[in-house]
Design a binder for this molecule. Structure first.
Ligand code: LLP
Length: 470
């Protein structure tokens, strides 16, 4: 059924037969509707979650995180075994890190990749074995590097010549031997948003391939550093294997050359595996990706007559992305008539770019469903917007939602587990929402929400709590 607003719909968006359905690729496996039509997550009605914890609320499905972590581990283990090598999967904590999530992924056999001192402390507090941590970053401070070496971080991925000298000094001082990988720029431009592509030449990460050879030679001279291999991450939200294959091919050329100067036991090909945000995204199953990427590396090694190195990968989004669902309450609705005569429906919710900056930052598309009941109105093209003082404060740019959505309804936005909480801000002095894990009908706060007092307490001129009462 078409409404006058359909002329505003992008080509990719199809009018759903049922605007209450839950397309499997974008929802956690546990998402369902109960008898009265309420969305349930891990068996818990969205209405009950909203009542207990308030909205906005980020709900993280523990079994979804665990099963995705397990699938990655098994897929890469099997692909590596078939090609005569081993593979390690590091969970890229930048996608979303809390002590609970770190424990779940480690429990499922993953290691953890951190990229700041803050993420390192979360992983350590979760009890992750330091030896199973990888530490990234293009500008790690001396204090961060000292802490990493002191606690025994397994691998530091070095990003600059200056960092190599800092590590040389730290290891000389502490008599430590630190294993390092060298991050390289393969020159492959992954087909993704410019800000999400990291292996083309003109950006801040890693060493161009010729400089990397010099960096490795220098590392091999330093008694406190153990060179373990090369690292390359081509970008994020990538579909298909072409970019990984091309990048591996280029990096293997250097890898093979470096063997002349000593061992090169490892190769880390980074993360970046894409997920579905809307019903039109169709990510390739991880078993297929793992099989094809590892086979391509093995073929590249065979062509050069070298052994297949131990491989590592660093998925973040693909582990945690579809495990997250954000619940919002609708506050106002508005039909705006445009010059063309088309009418766009705006649904304003009680969060926005402070809890999900991805649409504003990357033009990212999301989807949404009415969560508190079944809609009965015909599907109506709608734009879900936040409460911030900015017209780019869009949560879901284009979605067909039942035409009868009214203030007080709950909307659920799926695929918000990755890079939403981790990019959250206090824009407009809005408090960041709590994060609740759900599993088997039970919910647990894993990151508490901020109160307005928390937010205000940073202003030196505002007295809050005991101070204000004194
Ligand atoms: N390894 C390295 C070295 C990385 O820089 C990243 C992501 C990953 C692994 C994990 O990539 P993933 O598997 O999650 O795609 N804020 C952006 C994404 C930034 C990605 C940064 N690096 C977004 O919301 O799309």
């Amino acid at each position: 059924m078409h409404s006058p607003a359909d002329s505003l719909a992008p080509d990719w968006l199809v009018v759903p037969d049922d605007a209450n359905d839950l397309p499997t690729a974008v929802w956690p496996a546990s998402a369902a509707r109960d008898d009265d039509g309420t969305l349930t997550l891990a068996g818990i009605p969205a209405t009950a979650l909203a009542q207990t914890y308030g909205t906005p609320l980020l709900v993280l499905d523990e079994d979804e995180v665990r099963s995705r972590a397990r699938s990655f581990r098994i897929a890469f283990d099997e692909a590596a075994a078939e090609n005569g090598t081993t593979a390690q999967v590091y969970y890229a904590g930048k996608a979303f890190l809390s002590t609970a999530v770190a424990r779940w992924v480690v429990d499922e056999g993953l290691r953890v990749d951190v990229c700041t001192g803050g993420e390192l402390e979360v992983a350590l507090a979760a009890g992750v074995a330091p030896a199973s941590l990888g530490f990234h970053g293009n500008n790690k401070s001396v204090a961060e590097l000292e802490r990493a070496v002191e606690v025994g971080v397994g691998t530091i991925i070095v990003d600059s010549a200056i960092e190599i000298e800092r590590l040389a000094a730290i290891t000389a001082r502490t008599d430590a031997v630190q294993r390092v990988l060298v991050r390289v720029i393969s020159g492959v431009h992954a087909e993704t948003h410019d800000f999400l592509a990291t292996a083309h030449e003109d950006q801040k990460f890693g060493f161009p391939l010729p400089d990397a050879a010099i960096a490795v030679a220098r590392i091999r001279e330093i008694p406190g550093l153990e060179f373990a291999g090369l690292h390359c991450h081509i970008g994020s939200q990538i579909f298909g294997v072409a970019g990984f294959r091309e990048s591996a091919e280029r990096v293997l050329e250097l890898h093979a050359a470096l063997l002349a100067g000593g061992p090169v036991p490892q190769l880390n090909l980074g993360g970046g595996f894409g997920i579905a945000y809307t019903s039109v995204d169709d990510p390739t199953p991880i078993e297929t990706l793992a099989g094809e990427i590892v086979a391509a590396v093995a073929a590249g090694c065979a062509a050069r007559g070298i052994a297949v190195p131990a491989l590592s990968f660093e998925p973040g989004r693909a582990i945690v992305g579809t495990a997250g669902v954000t619940l919002y309450e609708v506050g106002t609705t508005k039909d705006v008539e445009l010059e063309s005569g088309a009418v766009r429906r705006y649904l304003s919710v009680d969060g926005g770019m402070s809890d999900n900056a991805r649409p504003a930052l990357y033009g990212a598309q999301f989807s949404a469903r009415l969560a508190s009941r079944l809609g009965v109105g015909a599907p109506q093209l709608s734009r879900v917007v936040g409460k911030h003082c900015e017209s780019g404060d869009i949560v879901v740019d284009h979605e067909y939602l039942p035409g009868d959505v009214v203030p007080g309804d709950l909307l659920a936005v799926p695929s918000t587990g990755a890079y939403c909480a981790s990019l959250a801000s206090n824009y407009n002095h809005v408090a960041r929402p709590p994060i609740v894990a759900v599993r088997d009908g039970r919910s647990t706060v894993i990151v508490r929400g901020e109160t307005l007092a928390d937010v205000l307490s940073r202003d030196a001129g505002i007295l809050v709590g005991d101070e204000a009462r004194a």
